[in-house]
Design a binder for this molecule. Sequence first.
Ligand SMILES: Cc1cc2nc3c(=O)[nH]c(=O)nc-3n(C[C@H](O)[C@H](O)[C@H](O)COP(=O)(O)OP(=O)(O)OC[C@H]3O[C@@H](n4cnc5c(N)ncnc54)[C@H](O)[C@@H]3O)c2cc1C
Length: 391
Amino acid sequence: MLDFDNTEIAFSSKSRAELRNAYMLFSAIKRPFVVRAGKMASQIALQVHLPLAWAVKPTLYRQFVGGETLQDTMKPIRHLKQFNVLSTLDYSAEGVQTPAGIQATFDETVRSIDFAKDNPDIAYTVFKPSTITTDELLSKASEKNEELTEEEKEAYQAFRERFMALCRRAYLNGVRILVDAEDYCFQDTIDELTGEAMRLFNRERAIVFATLQMYRHDRMPHLRRIYDDSLERGYVPGIKFVRGAYMEEERKRAEILGYTDPICKDKEATDENFNTGVRFAIDHIDRMELFMGTHNEESNYRLARLIDDRGLDRNDPRIYFSQLLGMSDNISFNLAHEGYNVTKYIPYAKVRDVLPYLFRRAEENTSVAGQMGRELRMLKTELNRRKKGHP
Ligand SMILES: Cc1cc2nc3c(=O)[nH]c(=O)nc-3n(C[C@H](O)[C@H](O)[C@H](O)COP(=O)(O)OP(=O)(O)OC[C@H]3O[C@@H](n4cnc5c(N)ncnc54)[C@H](O)[C@@H]3O)c2cc1C
């Protein structure tokens, strides 16, 4: 029976020392001031070129990142596979928006797609569109308030080509690719290009996946539009459901710029929207594929129940559950143990390139109500269980 409180299964992949380290790390980042101070210190260290690895690598990096290179990720990928958990390769370098930085990110993402080819332990690859262009161009192109200059039109064309090249590479390699969702001010362009890529590359099966942030109150109509479009044009939409990671910034931005807040009025409304979206995908699973990324236990129980109630196979290749490396192992490992398809995001990048990702994880763990308490409670239960002599 599926039980996310089963810590023996949840942490079967972890040694006692690893559990103790995780416990100490989560206890430290529980305190918002520790995370704020760490973030500030690392930003200063970056500016004055101080080495950071000695502080970050044994702590946040070890918990949430799979390594610096593709080769490094093989270790966690093989390890997870022993517990029937597959991997999603996520090159997580962010913030270097110079032409050389963009090119390097693009090249590495191509390598990750090639790496995933013929590797059955890797279920998906992923990219974040803002890492292959600049924030300025992406928001200007999305918001359509002003016309792009000739130079910007050229830069946009180059971005579009990079975007399509990643999706085409995935298609040619037979590897599924998730297009991460980002800030509201970027998302219209991301949605447009993802739609175009799905029409081109999802003819027989879902290769390209659009991410829907269900904290946005306009996402159900968007989902229905994608579905209707797919019927009309004959392709298989891939939909990744998440709640959304940028709520505070979005609300602030909407208030400052005076447009309607794009986020649902409260958490319950987001949850309802999320549940409705996932149910819609299951109702239409004969015509689409579903990837659900969440650390919410209730959402994971719900999808598991839906699969069982509809008589679908637990390992139906069209349906995947997903969590991030280093978080909510109680969900991932128990789902996998019960035979459901699970994949962990495996972020990889050099320490200084992955810092924005790491601090988002740390902040998320201080701000998501209940998340931190749950991680700590689970770790403590398992440590106590093993102390009593259980293996
Ligand atoms: C595998 C995976 C991939 C992901 N990919 C992306 C991505 O591409 N883009 C992205 O934006 N995020 C992504 N995320 C992060 C995700 O959007 C959430 O921020 C994070 O997972 C927390 O939500 P939850 O469903 O796990 O947990 P919960 O604790 O149930 O939900 C917390 C979330 O609920 C919403 N929420 C909280 N309070 C309120 C409120 N008062 N009003 C309205 N809504 C509220 C917010 O979205 C908040 O993050 C990903 C997460 C996972 C696990």
